[in-house]
Design a binder for this molecule. Structure first.
Ligand code: FPP
Length: 246
């Protein structure tokens, strides 16, 4: 397998990790079994990103809408998050990974929130790879929270309404300080964004694969990166213009 050139490795990858439930069902096991297998795929993907030199990885672990799932599944996911935090943070820290949680963290129980805060504090000084875990997150929620911050700045007299533009509002969006999202991956065969990083995905390359999340391994990520490396990113310009600039 050929390796993509360094400049062709996406700086920032986001993944909708879909298919845990179907993976478990095919094995006649409960959905939580699939989520647990999904956790192993998370670990393998982080290792792959470290190897590939990706700068940021953003994972959709729990959407604003996932609260509507059966209570026992939500409970199992929360237990899994707690276990993952207790088990994996020190190792991730050892690998130079900076962990961040994005989303409406206030929606979680205090013990889980404290673990998330502790993991963020513990790894805050790392810079090899930033891993963002989106929990109780929705792209529309993100835009609303940014708009609220802009409105609050206006109310305090620190900002004029006509000063609000894409760049100013973008500063309040989650992940604003990171490289722009280059590659948006969704596993599990559905071809939709499902209210994930709506603002941040404006110019991302989209990659959909039938592979169910627990089966997503190093070779799958490599394939996605190679596919990305073949794309021509035009940002609204023509192919000829891009050829002249580069
Ligand atoms: C979607 O599959 C997956 C989720 C809602 C949960 C994602 C959680 C993990 C991968 C667990 C580990 C995460 C971390 C950060 C430790 P689905 O249940 O919708 O699958 P289906 O479409 O086949 O039903």
């Amino acid at each position: 397998m050929t390796k993509a050139k360094a400049s062709q490795v996406p700086r920032h990858i986001a993944i909708v990790m879909d298919g845990n439930g179907r993976w478990a069902k095919a094995r006649h096991r409960p959905r939580s079994f699939g989520h647990n297998a999904g956790r192993k795929a998370v670990r393998a993907t982080i290792e792959s990103c470290l190897r590939e030199g990706v700068q940021a990885l953003t994972l959709f672990a729990f959407s604003s809408e996932n609260w509507q799932r059966p209570q026992d599944e939500v409970g199992a996911l929360m237990t899994l998050f707690v276990r993952a935090l207790d088990k994996e943070v020190e190792e991730l820290h050892g690998h130079g990974v900076r962990l961040r949680f994005i989303g409406d963290l206030g929606a979680f129980d205090e013990p889980l929130r404290e673990r998330m805060q502790a993991a963020m504090a513990r790894t805050a000084g790392n810079s090899k790879l930033q891993v963002n875990i989106a929990v109780s997150y929705g792209g529309r929620w993100d835009i609303v929270q940014a708009a609220r911050q802009a409105a609050a700045a206006v109310a305090r007299g620190e900002l004029r309404v006509d000063e609000i533009d894409e760049s100013r509002l973008g500063e309040w969006m989650s992940l604003a300080e990171l490289p722009p999202l280059d590659l948006f991956i969704r596993t599990g065969g559905e071809c939709r964004i499902s209210n994930f990083l709506l603002w941040q995905a404006a110019y991302a390359e989209l990659y959909f694969t039938e592979t169910l999340w627990p089966d997503f391994d190093q070779a799958c990520l490599r394939q996605a990166i190679e596919d990305y490396a073949r794309r021509e990113r035009r940002y609204g310009r023509t192919g000829e213009q891009i050829a002249t600039v580069s």
